[in-house]
Design a protein around this ligand. Structure first.
Ligand code: GLA
Length: 412
């Protein structure tokens, strides 16, 4: 008998499963979300989770400059990370000169960006990559709080149209729009402020992926799907395993809200930074892929270890992240040995066995637990890139501490 996906867990995404990466931010459809739909898309922006590099986790604030960004773009191409999907090069906070000019326009810092953003965007585009930029809806950016960035009035409050038009002029493909306490500093209301920039982007001729960030404080997954392609679900990730493990834990109930064109964002990758073991780094990337999360690398690509480069380049893991159905994994068993599962296009099921304990753990599950119908399934260990014997019942693996094994089941 040909196995079919269990109706209990897997419903097919309805509407909007376009594979295209260009489209209209303002006219997205819904697929698996609980929010309402207004118009069907002509084509879809962020039909799969955006992938690329972002400056923040690598250099944070004062060390950001145009050479750092150019080197990241060079490395994405040299290491062939662009070929597996990492295409956005996003300049995070601290690119701005301390003040707007006399016309109220934002300027890039003249010392650290001597060639200017137009030139930098061209450099990135000439490599076949896409260019992203950071703005904030209030009057201040987060670095002005947390990094004592010496600037004034570089948030977009009162300049939304001007700043959106700047994005178009520069050739920006991805906007990260970051809250930064704009309620406290400017009395703004999140949904209104984020909708305002959505509306300004919708006026433009240019299609810009709209990634908003308010750290999951007001459950943005309940209100952001109609206005944003990506919304942060957590506070800032740190380059240590406990931070990654806590974020994974906090994502367990968010699967209904993700789908093509609109994604939960558990924050950017930290692999390559901090204290991760190779198993922890693989688990970080693998779980982000199970979660259908954006994969934004945040480390120095000139210093990647072979293990981290290999993990970032595992096309079988990336294929799960980028699966066109966009069904974010749900946790079917919690505890030290967790089991997560998600349905994939064509009837496959991805099963992740996550060992949160400090010792190796034998994690066993069943077809029934992961929602796969009775029958015989082929098993591919995508973490190890190796076939396993087919199964009609049990699925399992011995998983190292803080490690992850992802098994892809296919109807046989
Ligand atoms: C916040 C965001 C980070 C980064 C910084 C920049 O902390 O969550 O991802 O953008 O602001 O200041």
């Amino acid at each position: 008998m040909l196995p079919v996906l269990g109706a209990l867990l897997w419903s097919s995404a309805c509407g909007g499963g376009s594979d295209t990466a260009s489209g209209d931010t303002a006219k997205k459809s819904e697929s698996t979300t609980s929010t309402t739909t207004t118009e069907a898309p002509k084509a879809m922006l962020a039909a799969t989770p955006p992938m690329g590099w972002n400056s923040w986790n690598q250099v944070r604030c004062p060390d950001l400059n145009e050479d750092v960004v150019k080197r990241a773009a060079d490395a994405l191409v040299r290491e062939e990370l662009d070929k597996v999907g990492y295409r956005y090069v996003v300049v995070d906070d601290c690119w701005q000169a301390p003040n707007r000019d006399a016309a109220g326009s934002l300027q890039s810092d003249p010392v650290r960006f001597p060639s200017g953003l137009d030139s930098l965007a061209k450099y990135v585009h000439d490599k076949g990559l896409k260019f992203g930029l950071y703005l904030a809806p209030g009057s201040q950016t987060c670095a002005m709080f947390w990094d004592a960035y010496p600037a004034s009035g570089i948030g977009s409050y009162g300049h939304e149209r001007q700043d959106a038009e700047m994005l178009q002029r520069i050739g920006v493909d991805y906007l990260k729009y970051d809250w930064c306490r704009a309620d406290e500093t400017d009395g703004l209301v999140r949904v209104d402020a984020f909708t305002k920039m959505h509306d300004e982007l919708a006026r433009l001729d240019r299609k810009i992926v709209y990634s908003i960030s308010e750290y999951g404080e007001t459950a943005p997954w309940t209100w952001a799907p109609p206005i944003a392609n990506v919304w942060r679900t957590t506070g800032d990730i740190a380059p240590v395993w406990p931070s990654v493990a806590a974020i994974i834990d906090s994502q367990a109930d968010l699967h209904p809200y993700a789908g093509p064109g609109h994604w939960n964002d558990p924050d950017m990758l930290q692999v390559g930074n901090g204290t991760f073991t190779p198993d922890e780094a693989r688990a970080h990337i693998g779980m982000w892929s199970m979660l259908a999360a954006p994969l934004m690398i945040g480390t120095d690509l000139d210093r990647l270890t072979p293990e981290v480069l290999d993990a970032l380049s595992n096309t079988e893991v990336i294929a799960i992240d980028q699966d066109p159905l966009g069904q974010q994994a749900r946790r079917v068993r919690a505890g030290d040995g967790e089991v997560w599962a998600r349905g994939l296009k064509g009837g496959d099921v991805a099963v992740a066995l996550l060992n949160k304990s400090d010792a190796p753990l034998d994690i066993q599950t069943t077809l029934a637990e992961v929602g796969a119908a009775a029958g015989t399934w082929k098993v591919r260990d995508v973490s190890a890139r190796a076939d396993r014997p087919s199964t009609d019942s049990a699925i399992g693996a011995t998983v190292p501490p803080h490690g992850l094994t992802i098994l892809r089941l296919s109807p046989s």
